[in-house]
Design a protein around this ligand. Structure first.
Ligand code: MTE
Ligand code: LUZ
Ligand code: MOS
Length: 750
């Protein structure tokens, strides 16, 4: 089944934030942001700008009725800078004018004065200076000394992975409309409607019930709108609240790139030990994360790095530490995988380096150490229902791993202008917010008296198809067709206290809540049907829009049944609440059972490098993925393909660069390269692993949003493998992205 939005998307009829018709008198906002990366005694002259015709008001921190604070985890981020600025692009003021053009003219008239301070743009420097977001955290399992004793091979190394721009097609934006009695309706392109509501309430100093946040859909979020949709929504709210006029702002692409956080760059230093039989005995790794100028979601992202540090493997003795460093760059934020990809890159780099030094194929080490049932993760959870070995073996069966290696070898023995490389990337990704308290959701289901159904949940549709999945859940429980069901906007007055749609858990959490509500309604309707048909409740079910008794279809349609229930004054609306069972985590011990379940898979990537130019193509990616019992293989395969390409982009061509003054150099699409149709692998094959699914997954259909991002990193290792086939002296530095320039240097490294 297709995404139920696909037709209106194709016709351009789907409504995004900027498509909402503007009310008469709507004003437009523009952010005035810091032109320097670090300064104190900030003193700004707005007088010329304020005089410009059409400028209504310029808001600064002085105009905030509540608290000038938007930090969600750590209270270290003002909405508007006061007398210090900590990164270039930091919001200082909000210009409200009759048109955006006037606001842009006004912006040019603002005069910035301040005492500039040196900027830290490198996390390693921040670490040396002790500039941290929070104290480091360490996960431990077993005992490193034991591991060292059992190791025949001990390998030390470093790795590095870069930032990544979200580049959602729809830039950030928001539209606020004042309502009676000091209340507001707020349209926001956010993954977290409640986050927007609660921070707005804090800034305006009004209770949350005065703020209605409504989200129809996003043109992509990818984590970039989990937390960082909030400031723009708060700014338009502030202006709308004070001026009592509708106020709107949509960030221009350039402004969005300059002012919003990206994936966290990481470096890592590790020591890994293996015994003679290539079993990993210990892994000691220290990550340095570049958090940017304030915490944002960095502490949570730190956590997911810790959880995924051992990748898809069992390592009996581990010590994993993450330092989250404060620099003078844009605060980095959630991005698909949320600190997980950086951890997976490091462990795969470590295994590759170990294999190179020991002189064995890396796949031998990988396969021998895959996690299996009853193994313990470094965070104390015992692995169950593992599919790592199963998915590897299925990949071999369906895609002939050894044959592919032989073909690459044969190609390389016959060619010098081009060389091929190959890599296997195993996946094991934990599903649940690592912060246990966030794992709950609600749904509101109305059955209207004509039999049509309206559903509201806390989930936000951002292209991943969660609305389609919610409809499927209701259609499945009720036994009615999809076209009877409508998904309403995500609205904080219908479904309150939502967790952001993130951590790949949107469909599970909101789907389970929907399922619960629908089941309650179904019980009532079956009761009505049993009386109407004079049959026992246990023999009644609904299928294809009709009531059935045992195997017999009756004349009683769903629509008729609903009408009868309504006449009998039966309650036709229900709210469902779901909170993931069995999960907990004790931060004092750094042990627990944080994940409802894990998602597994295996990808085989083949790359071809042009040995004269340093350019490359990804020839093929063959994936066996653990969807569980996919409720929508069409959507789920779309998620795999999208995540794969996004992952390939991250490790190959996407390169975030700041200069030494903290200025973002890769600030537009002419200097920041992203994968396009030409960078898509020539062949992408995705097969579903035969697996049971998991009882905590919605209809046993496992979460799919983030995990497949990991497959993309296979491109890095496949390209490195190809370089090695050309240049025996090549020593990979395991620093991503693998740009064409780097490939060329590698090909001719002495
Ligand atoms: N797919 C599309 N098309 N657009 C997006 O913004 N975000 C990803 C993933 N897939 C995203 C996407 C991220 S980061 C997450 S966490 C999940 O979708 C969120 O949705 P889910 O929980 O419903 O899977
Ligand atoms: N957000 C969050 C996330 O707050 N906690 C998480 O564990 C998480 N994981 C992935 C993406 N976003
Ligand atoms: Mo996704 S990074 O959890 O929004």
């Amino acid at each position: 089944m297709k995404n139920t939005d696909s037709k209106s998307h194709l016709q351009g009829k789907s409504i995004y934030l900027d498509d909402i018709p503007e009310l008469q008198g709507t004003l437009h906002g523009l952010v005035y942001d810091s032109p320097v990366a670090h300064a104190k005694n900030v003193n700004i002259d707005y007088s010329e700008a304020e005089k410009l015709a059409g400028v209504i008001k310029i808001f600064t921190y002085k105009d905030i009725p509540g608290e000038n604070q938007i930090g969600a985890i750590i209270q270290d981020e003002p909405l508007f800078a006061e007398d210090e600025v900590h990164f270039m692009g930091q919001p200082i003021a909000f210009i409200v004018a009759e048109t955006e053009r006037i606001a842009r003219e006004a912006k040019k008239l603002i005069k910035f004065n301040a005492e500039e301070l040196p900027a830290i743009t490198d996390a390693k420097v921040a670490k040396e200076k002790g500039s941290f977001i929070a104290p480091p955290r360490t996960f431990k399992l077993g005992n490193l000394e034991d591991g060292k004793k059992k190791s025949k091979y001990i390998i030390k190394g470093t790795t590095e992975s870069g930032g990544q721009e979200h580049l959602y097609l729809e830039t950030q934006g928001s539209y606020a409309i004042p309502k009676e009695n000091q209340s507001l309706t707020l349209y926001s392109s956010t993954q977290g409607a409640t986050a927007v509501q609660s921070i707005t309430s804090k800034i305006l100093n009004i209770p949350m019930n005065k703020i209605e946040v409504d989200v129809n859909r996003l043109g992509g979020g990818f984590g970039g709108k989990e937390d960082q949709a909030t400031p723009w929504a708060v700014m338009v709210s502030l202006a709308a609240f004070v001026l009592q006029k509708p106020v709107k702002m949509i960030l221009a692409r350039h402004d969005d790139m300059r002012m919003t956080g990206k994936r966290h760059p990481y470096t890592a230093e590790y020591t890994i030990g293996l015994s003679e039989d290539l079993k990993i005995q210990f892994y000691d790794i220290e990550f340095t994360q570049d958090a940017g100028a304030s915490a944002d979601l960095s502490p949570a992202i730190t956590e997911r790095t810790l959880f995924h540090a051992t990748g898809s493997y069992f390592i009996p003795n581990t010590e994993i530490t993450v330092y989250s460093c404060r620099t003078n760059t844009i605060p980095n934020t959630a991005f698909r995988g949320f600190g997980g990809p950086q951890a997976f890159f490091a462990i795969e780099a470590a295994l590759q380096k170990a294999a190179d030094e020991i002189g064995v194929p890396v796949r031998e080490i990988q396969f021998k150490n895959l996690i299996k049932d009853n193994d313990e993760f470094p965070y104390g959870q015992i692995a169950t229902e593992t599919e790592a070995i199963h998915s590897w073996e299925t990949t071999d069966k369906l895609f002939s791993i050894e044959k592919q290696y032989k073909e690459v070898e044969k190609f390389n023995s016959e060619n010098t202008k081009f060389k091929k490389g190959i890599n296997i990337t195993p996946l094991c990704f934990g599903i649940s917010f690592t912060n246990t308290m966030m794992n709950h959701a609600r749904a509101l289901v109305h059955i209207y008296q004509d039999g049509s159904v309206g559903i509201s949940t806390g989930a936000i549709e951002m292209g991943q198809g969660v609305n389609t999945k919610m409809k499927q859940v209701a259609a499945y429980v009720f036994g009615i067709s999809i076209d009877k069901i409508k998904l309403e906007t995500t609205n904080t007055t219908r479904v309150a206290n939502t967790s952001p749609t993130a951590a790949s858990s949107g469909a599970d959490l909101n789907g389970k809540a929907t399922e619960i509500a629908c089941n309650d309604l179904l019980i009532r309707l079956k009761d009505v049907a049993s009386k109407e048909l004079d049959a026992e409740v246990k023999d009644i079910y609904i299928k294809d829009n009709f009531v059935w008794v045992k195997e017999n279809k009756t004349d009683l349609s769903w629509d008729k049944l609903v009408q009868i229930a309504f006449m009998q004054r039966v309650k036709l609306s229900e709210k469902g609440h779901y909170s993931t069972p069995d999960i907990y985590f004790d931060k004092t011990k750094e042990k627990g059972h944080p994940f409802a379940y894990h998602v597994y898979g295996t990808a085989v990537t083949v790359a071809k490098v042009d040995t004269m130019r340093g350019t490359y193509d990804i020839e093929s990616v063959d994936i066996v993925h653990d969807f569980g019992k996919s409720m929508n293989l069409f959507l789920d395969k779309g998620q795999i393909e999208g995540a794969l390409i996004q992952g390939i982009g991250w490790v190959t061509m996407e390169e975030i660069r700041f200069d030494e003054n903290g200025r973002l150099l890769s600030n537009s699409l002419s200097s920041y390269k992203v994968p396009d149709i030409n960078s898509v692998p020539k062949s992408v094959k995705v097969e579903a692993l035969e697996s049971e699914g998991h009882k905590h997954a919605i209809l046993k259909s496992k979460a799919v949003g983030e995990p497949p991002f990991i497959y993309g990193q296979g491109a890095y290792f496949a390209i490195a493998d190809a370089i090695k086939a050309f240049n025996k002296n090549y020593k990979c530095d395991f620093s991503a992205p693998m740009t064409h320039e780097k490939v060329l240097m590698g090909l001719y490294q002495k």
